[in-house]
Design a binder for this molecule. Structure first.
Ligand SMILES: NC(=O)c1ccc[n+]([C@@H]2O[C@H](COP(=O)([O-])OP(=O)(O)OC[C@H]3O[C@@H](n4cnc5c(N)ncnc54)[C@H](OP(=O)(O)O)[C@@H]3O)[C@@H](O)[C@H]2O)c1
Length: 253
């Protein structure tokens, strides 16, 4: 696999969870990584943990000024941009008849619209380097879990975007791919109210037997797939399931 050493990588939402795991993975392999997130304390913690190879920028990708500032910081830190990983995401769930317009607008704004606008801003930089865009989809488009329609709809949108933008940006030599993680224990599950008690992890792990591999995933396992997708020079428009086989719909007799 081509190395990420020396490459400039912007990861949205890198203050925790999968984004932080990816940032650590790429820093350890010699990349110059920029991360962003709304909580200043998370950015400060990540900066301390990752050191000078990382540039942690407090900011909200749904804000136009912040998007431009975050991108400028990444281009400055990495002396250009090789890859944009649209990782930042939020969960909103509820029965279809109970959904609220503002919450729906908010989740589409953070999970889809902000990623589209940031990608558009990044294109002039990425095309100078034959760069890559990576979206983060979800198992929720492969398996239907009742009550998760807003989140699943946003992930379906980024998966559709992957195909269209791969076609659209090919002539600029920019590759566009999507990783579809399965269950990984991070804050998003807690914030969704899915696992908001002390048994959070054990409840998520109760899904282990639904995975062909018999366990939930680790953030580093998603980072390995991200590394492949941003470096593989003839892979574009790909939707890569990294879910331990949860998406197979396995039933054990
Ligand atoms: N964990 C799973 O099981 C799983 C499965 C499939 C897909 N995914 C996807 O993986 C991605 C990462 O999620 P995660 O599991 O690592 O959850 P997480 O720990 O909650 O990470 C999401 C990150 O996004 C940041 N973020 C949210 N909105 C933002 C905004 N408007 N501007 C800037 N940053 C923002 C959050 O930081 P702030 O709150 O500080 O802004 C947070 O650090 C998401 O796209 C998620 O949908 C996760």
């Amino acid at each position: 696999m081509t190395s990420v050493e020396g490459r400039s990588i912007l990861i949205t939402g890198g203050g925790g969870g999968i984004g932080f795991g990816a940032a650590r993975h790429f820093v350890e392999r010699g990349a110059r990584v920029t991360i962003c997130g709304r909580r200043e304390e998370k950015m400060a913690e990540a900066q301390d943990a990752l050191g000078q190879a990382c540039c942690a920028v407090p900011g909200d990708i749904t804000n136009d000024g912040d998007r431009k500032r975050i991108l400028a910081a990444a281009v400055d830190h990495g002396d250009g941009l090789d890859a944009l990983i649209n990782n930042a995401g939020n969960m909103y769930r509820g029965a279809i008849s109970e959904l609220q317009e503002q919450e729906l607008a908010d989740i589409f704004n953070s999970n889809v619209i902000a990623a589209m606008l940031l990608t558009g801003l990044a294109v002039p930089h990425l095309e100078q380097r034959g760069g890559a865009v990576l979206f983060v989809g979800s198992i929720h488009t492969r398996r239907a879990f009742p009550g998760v329609s807003p989140y699943a709809a946003t992930k379906g949108a980024v998966q559709a975007l992957t195909k269209v933008l791969a076609a659209e940006l090919g002539e600029k030599k920019i590759r566009v791919n999507c990783v579809l993680p399965g269950a990984v224990y991070t804050e998003i599950n807690q914030r969704a109210g899915l696992f908001d008690d002390e048994t959070a992890l054990s409840r998520l792990e109760s899904m282990a037997s639904s995975h062909a591999m018999g366990r939930i995933g680790e953030v580093g396992e998603i980072a390995e797939a991200m590394e492949y997708l941003i470096t593989a020079e003839w892979t574009t428009g790909a939707l890569l399931d990294v879910d331990g086989g949860l998406g197979l719909g396995l039933t054990r007799a």
